[in-house]
Design a protein around this ligand. Structure first.
Ligand code: ADP
Length: 369
C-alpha cells in the first residue's frame, strides 16, 4: 500500500476531528471526523480560513491569536478551562477542546488542530454544578434549622430541668417511691435530651469558624490523651502511634474533636474483658494525608458501615454503650469541610479501623479546593 494512502487512512481513523492549517491560517487538510463534526465536505474546507469553523464574534480575535501563536508555536491545550465555541456549517455552535501542535514541513510551520466536541461533557458538568449548588443551599438551610431548633429548645428544657430538680430536692418527703421513680426518669430523660441538643448545636456550628492553621497532630493527640487519662487507665488501654504524626492545615478545635471522637469510640466499643489496643498511623500521599485509627474492639457489621456516619444512628442501646450517636456525624462533617473523606473497615468481633484523609495544602489553595 502506498505511504500516502496509509497516512490518509490513519488520519481518518483518528478519534478526534483534525484540521491542518498553514501559516496563513488556511485549512490545507481535514479528516473524516472533522467533516462530520462541522458538517462540511472535504473540498468545502480545503483552502478556507480556519475561522470558518468558529462563530463570527470570535473569529476576528482568533486571527490575532493565530498570528501571535505563529511567533511562538508550541503544543497547547485550549478550552479545558474557559468555554471555547466552534460553529457548524448550519450555524449551530458547540463547545470544544482543541489541542494545537506545530509541525515543521520543509521549513514551513503547519499547525495540527485536534478538535473534540465537549458539549455533552460541559452540559453534564453544568448540571452537576447546579445540583451541587442546590444540595449545598439545602444543607445550609438544614444547618440553620438545626441551629435555631437546638438553640431555642435549650431554654424550655432548662426550665423542665430546674423544676425537676426542685421537685426532687424540696418535695422529696411528699413523694412516694413511684413519684420518686418518675422524677428520676424525667431527670434522666432531660439530661439525655440536653446531650442530644448540645450535640445538634455543635454539629450545626462545625465549619462556621474557618480559621485554619498548621496544627501538630502529635500535640492534639497528647492533649486528648491527657483529657481521657482516667478512661484510659480504667480500661487499661494501650495507645500506640506508628511514627511521628504530621502537622496538617486545619481548624484546631475541629481537628481535636475529630481525633477525640474516634479515640473515645475506640476506647468505648471494646470487647468485654479485653483491654483496648489502639494504633494510630498517618501516611503521606501527594496532596493529602491518610490517617488510620485501628482498634481491637467489637467491630461493625459490613451493612452498617455507612449508616454509622449518619446523625443519631447507633448500633447499640444506651444500656450496652453510652452515647448519642452524633460523634461520627461530627467526624464526617469535619473531614468533609477539610476537603477529605472518612470511612471504616471492620470485621465483627475483630476490631475496626477508621480511616480519614486531610488535604495537605496551605489555606488559600485549601479554600479553592
Ligand atoms: P456514639 O458513640 O455516641 O454511639 P457515634 O456516632 O460515635 O455515636 O457512633 C455511631 C455508632 O457506630 C456507635 O453507636 C457504634 O455502634 C458504632 N461505632 C463507632 N465507633 C466504633 C468502633 N470503634 N467500634 C465499633 N463500633 C463503633
Amino acid at each position: 500500500m502506498k505511504q500516502k494512502s496509509i497516512f490518509q487512512a490513519v488520519f481518518d481513523a483518528a478519534p478526534d476531528a483534525i484540521v491542518v492549517v498553514n501559516n496563513l491560517g488556511s485549512i490545507i487538510m481535514s479528516n473524516k471526523q472533522a467533516t462530520e463534526l462541522f458538517g462540511y465536505k472535504k473540498d468545502e474546507l480545503t483552502g478556507k480560513p480556519v475561522e470558518l469553523l468558529m462563530p463570527k464574534q470570535i473569529s476576528k480575535e482568533h486571527i490575532r491569536h493565530r498570528a501571535n501563536y505563529l511567533h511562538k508555536p508550541e503544543v497547547r491545550e485550549m478550552g479545558a478551562r474557559q468555554d471555547l465555541l466552534a460553529q457548524r456549517k448550519d450555524g449551530s455552535e458547540f463547545s470544544v477542546e482543541i489541542s494545537l501542535s506545530p509541525i515543521n514541513i520543509e521549513g514551513e510551520v503547519l499547525v495540527v488542530a485536534s478538535v473534540r466536541d465537549v458539549s455533552e461533557k460541559k452540559k453534564i458538568n453544568h448540571q452537576l454544578k447546579q445540583s451541587l449548588a442546590i444540595v449545598q443551599s439545602k444543607n445550609k438551610e438544614l444547618e440553620q434549622f438545626a441551629y435555631i431548633a437546638s438553640h431555642d429548645l435549650q431554654e424550655p428544657l432548662r426550665t423542665v430541668k430546674s423544676f425537676t430538680e426542685l421537685l426532687s430536692e424540696d418535695y422529696t418527703d411528699k413523694l412516694d417511691d413511684t413519684g420518686k421513680k418518675f422524677v428520676s426518669t424525667i431527670t434522666d430523660a432531660t439530661s439525655r435530651m440536653s446531650d442530644l441538643i448540645k450535640g445538634l448545636l455543635d454539629y450545626s456550628r462545625i465549619g462556621t469558624k474557618r480559621e485554619i492553621s498548621l496544627v501538630d497532630c502529635n500535640k492534639v493527640l497528647a492533649d486528648i490523651k491527657a483529657d481521657l487519662a482516667a478512661t484510659i487507665t480504667e480500661a487499661e488501654a494501650k495507645i500506640s502511634v506508628d511514627s511521628e504524626l504530621p502537622s496538617v492545615w486545619s481548624n484546631p478545635s475541629e481537628l481535636r474533636m475529630l481525633f477525640q471522637n474516634l479515640l473515645s469510640n475506640a476506647l468505648k466499643f471494646h470487647k468485654a474483658g479485653i483491654a483496648p489496643e489502639i494504633n494510630i498511623t498517618a501516611k503521606r500521599f501527594d496532596s493529602f494525608y491518610q490517617f488510620a485509627i485501628q482498634d481491637n474492639g467489637i467491630g461493625i457489621d459490613d451493612k452498617h458501615k455507612d449508616k454509622i456516619f449518619i446523625i443519631f444512628q447507633r448500633l447499640h442501646n444506651r444500656k450496652e454503650f453510652q452515647g448519642t450517636g452524633i460523634g461520627l456525624a461530627h467526624c464526617r462533617k469535619i473531614v468533609e469541610i477539610h476537603g477529605g473523606r472518612i470511612w471504616c473497615d471492620s470485621k465483627i468481633g475483630e476490631g475496626s479501623t477508621f480511616y480519614f484523609t486531610l488535604l495537605n495544602m496551605p489555606p488559600n489553595e485549601y479554600r479553592e479546593a
